[in-house]
Design a protein around this ligand. Structure first.
Ligand SMILES: [Zn+2]
Length: 291
């Protein structure tokens, strides 16, 4: 495989349109959880499947994390989007059914959490198909949103997602407002609800023997999240969270998340919405401006 390194915008999406949030809100909050469970540990490293302690990081999702997160969302009266690998839904159906019963949106997050790789396109497309099949058989759901496992994407995959009915993606890091993807040929792609990597709890709260990272406590994380949110709010953007029950469902981190969400709610002029709701709103504005 050769690589085309010619100078060009590597994301060919057109300019981001202006955004007016519903109900006079100044900004939006999109609460996204990635319910990786054990797939975070076996998807890109299959030999880990025989390492029970390594995979037990992900096992926390099913034993504790998902339930605690659902409890928090119910307490605060919030709805979020739970990006769920197909494998997770098949392995832990009761916990995933509780997410549906709580009124939350289920999003596509691959099948086995394999990083999408342009040099293995068939495998990448198969991850999409198997993910759809698993969510259908375990939960009876066909998701409209997609977050890339391990956060990667490429043009043919974006086109494939659109073709199979994905209305929005939430993986890219190149904006603070939703925008519409376009293929290199100008073809219309899904809506993007971009993420802010500062809100990926894995960066601060996950460390393991084989992949050790520094851990950050309550004060630095809560302050970082509040400051980043306040600045995004002032700019009228969307604050997109990339949270994992195996991280933010841990006791101390659960309280960081609770305090942060209460801070956003207390603001009073933030539209807190699921990915599907943000996409509906975006498409309504898009249709109105095309008239
Ligand atoms: Zn994930």
């Amino acid at each position: 495989m050769t690589f085309d390194l010619s100078p060009r915008p590597l994301n060919p999406a057109p300019a981001t349109p202006k955004m007016i949030w519903p109900n006079g809100a100044k900004s939006a909050l999109f609460i996204g959880f990635d319910v990786d469970a054990e797939t975070a540990w076996i998807g890109n490293n299959p030999s880990n499947v025989d390492r029970m302690v390594t995979t037990s990081h992900g096992g926390y999702d099913a034993r504790v994390g998902i339930a605690k997160i659902l409890e928090l969302m119910a307490e605060l009266g919030l709805k979020g989007t739970f990006f769920t690998p197909g494998w997770t839904a098949l392995a832990h159906p009761a916990q995933c059914e509780a997410m549906v019963a709580g009124g939350h949106e289920i999003g596509h997050h691959g099948y086995l959490h394999k990083l999408p790789d342009r040099t293995k396109r068939d495998e990448a497309f198969e991850e999409i198909d198997r993910g759809f099949d698993a969510l259908k058989s375990a939960l009876g759901i066909r998701p409209v949103g997609y977050r890339a496992p391990s956060g990667e994407n490429f043009p043919e995959l974006l086109a494939y997602l659109k073709k199979v009915g994905i209305r929005y993606s939430s993986s890219f890091r190149d904006d603070i407002l939703p925008y519409r993807h376009a293929g290199p040929d100008g073809a219309v792609g899904p809506v993007e609800i971009p993420v802010n990597f500062a809100f990926d709890d894995w960066n601060f709260g996950m460390s393991s023997r084989t992949s050790s990272r520094p851990l950050f406590g309550r004060d630095p994380v809560l302050q970082l999240w509040k400051d980043e949110f306040e600045a995004t709010h002032a700019w009228g953007g969307v604050t997109t969270l990339v949270l994992h029950p195996q991280v933010s469902g841990r006791p101390m981190r659960w309280h960081i998340l609770r305090d942060f969400l209460k801070h956003v709610i207390d603001k009073g002029d933030v539209w807190i919405a699921t990915g599907a709701e943000i996409t509906d709103h975006y498409e309504t504005l898009e249709a109105a401006s095309a008239r």
